[in-house]
Write a protein that binds this ligand. Structure first.
Ligand SMILES: *[C@@H]1O[C@H](CO)[C@@H](O)[C@H](O)[C@H]1NC(C)=O
Ligand SMILES: *[C@@H]1O[C@H](CO)[C@@H](O)[C@H](O)[C@H]1NC(C)=O
Ligand SMILES: *[C@@H]1O[C@H](CO)[C@@H](O)[C@H](O)[C@H]1NC(C)=O
Ligand SMILES: *[C@@H]1O[C@H](CO)[C@@H](O)[C@H](O)[C@H]1NC(C)=O
Ligand SMILES: *[C@@H]1O[C@H](CO)[C@@H](O)[C@H](O)[C@H]1NC(C)=O
Length: 393
């Protein structure tokens, strides 16, 4: 076993391939690998399967598989910034520690196509296939290699639509749309549904960030707005319902209502006090019987007729307003209660936002840990090369 720890993956691969090519004598039959034209770069969607079709022929030999023919096959995966991984090998037996990776045809065969199932985003990279062909166990018939680029695409996960701002006539709002996962990055398209269908373009909508700016809102802009997130692999959408309210905003309405209620309450209090005050003056005996406490709270002496008879309404009210009545309110009296104002407060209607799309992304089937792939990287790459190289000389 030879390990070359200091060597980058690509150099190791080149070393391996060039070294073996040099060892192959030109007089011997050459291994020719065949790949359907235009198939060196493949794109596939996550979860799908992909096949790298490769088969070999021997130059100057009969075209069909011979009983003496012994192919030794390796499939490697090269990824940016990672060690070269051995994905699969065939040397009498097929060895693959990842159940999602297999050879399409049962070996031995001249067709050494590789199949990857349940594709994951991490499966992207360069797949190198190397084929050595021996006559029996010792004599080499040649060597060749080929590679494929695989790009695993992820369709956009269902985006979430949001309404930023409070939609009132004359204001601005932004509708935002974001897909949590997508490869390559999703592009966004905003549309308004019928009856007032509309498609939005830049600068109103930003197809990269997914935002739609709606300025100077009018009630005719109310409606359902749909955002579609799309890339080469697929699309997903969400929607948001815009309800443009007329008139001032909820805060202003609340303030106005509270103010009105407070004013009404004060007015009612004044009316009540004036009523009680004038009644007390007209029927002092009755008043004492009905309400023994209230007269004692009067801020002026009982017999001061001059004040009560000549006093204006304002002087009376200002005196009583400073000191609230201590006795229990009479039945049927118009007394403002604290609950009155809270009951009458309107609950401002908020725009609906559809969030049902923001479901978690379900794990992809297969469930093969990516560590399985990396474990394969530990398999020594040089085993058959070295054991056979000695026999060549
Ligand atoms: C590899 O195969 C190609 C054609 O597929 C051929 O031209 C080339 O000579 C082969 N290389 C070796 C080392 O046999
Ligand atoms: C080898 O197998 C692949 C995958 O099954 C297939 O597409 C290709 O046609 C086969 N090649 C030959 C020469 O049969
Ligand atoms: C709405 O947007 C316009 C243009 O960007 C800006 O001039 C205006 O001040 C904004 N209005 C509000 C209420 O923010
Ligand atoms: C907002 O829209 C109204 C009518 O829809 C228009 O009269 C007004 O000029 C617009 N304001 C701005 C700042 O565009
Ligand atoms: C809006 O989204 C909800 C769930 O998020 C969905 O049920 C509904 O069909 C969508 N409406 C339209 C018009 O797309």
């Amino acid at each position: 076993m030879v390990s070359l720890p200091g060597l980058p993956a690509a150099s190791l691969l080149r070393f391996l391939f060039l070294g073996l090519s040099a060892l192959a004598s030109p007089s011997r039959a050459q291994v020719e690998l065949h790949v359907p034209a235009g198939l060196s770069r493949l794109q596939a969607v996550e979860g799908a399967e992909v096949v790298f079709p490769v088969w070999y022929t021997l130059r100057g030999e009969v075209s069909s598989f011979q009983p003496w023919e012994v192919p030794v096959v390796f499939w490697f995966l090269e990824q940016d910034g990672k060690d070269l991984k051995q994905v699969l090998s065939y040397n009498n037996v097929v060895v693959s520690s990842n159940p999602r990776v297999s050879l399409v045809h049962s070996m031995p065969s001249r067709n050494v196509s590789l199949r990857l199932q349940g594709l994951q985003e991490e499966d992207s990279g360069s797949y190198h296939c190397s084929v050595n062909v021996y006559k029996g166990q010792r004599v080499t018939k040649g060597y060749n290699s080929t590679s494929f680029e695989l790009n695993v695409l992820v369709p956009p996960a269902p985006p979430s639509c949001r309404l930023l701002g409070s939609p009132r006539v004359g204001t601005n709002v932004t509708l935002s749309c974001q897909s949590p996962r997508s490869k390559p990055a999703a592009h966004y398209q905003w549309e308004r549904l019928p009856p007032s269908s509309q498609v939005f373009f830049a600068p109103v909508s930003d197809d990269i960030r997914g935002s739609l700016s709606l300025r100077n809102l009018s009630s005719s802009m109310s409606g359902v707005y749909v955002c579609k997130a799309h890339n080469e692999a697929g699309s997903a959408q969400c929607n948001v319902t815009l309800e443009v309210s007329t008139g001032p905003g909820p805060a202003v309405i609340t303030g106005a209502v509270v103010g009105t209620l407070v004013g009404l309450g004060l007015l009612a209090g004044l009316v009540l006090l004036y009523h009680r005050w004038s009644k007390a003056l007209e029927e002092p005996a009755n008043d004492i019987k009905e309400d023994a406490i209230a007269p004692r709270t009067l801020p002026w002496p009982k017999g001061s007729d001059t004040i009560s008879k000549n006093g204006t309404l304002s002087s009376v009210t200002s005196a009583r307003a400073l000191r609230p009545p201590q006795g229990p309110p009479r039945p049927g009296a118009l007394t403002p209660t604290p609950s009155l104002s809270s009951q009458a407060l309107p609950s401002p209607r908020l725009p609906r936002t559809d969030e049902a799309h923001s479901q978690p992304v379900s794990p992809s089937p297969g469930g093969v840990a990516s560590s399985a792939l990396s474990r394969m990287g530990a398999v020594p790459v040089m085993v058959p090369a070295q054991s056979q190289a000695g026999s060549l000389v």
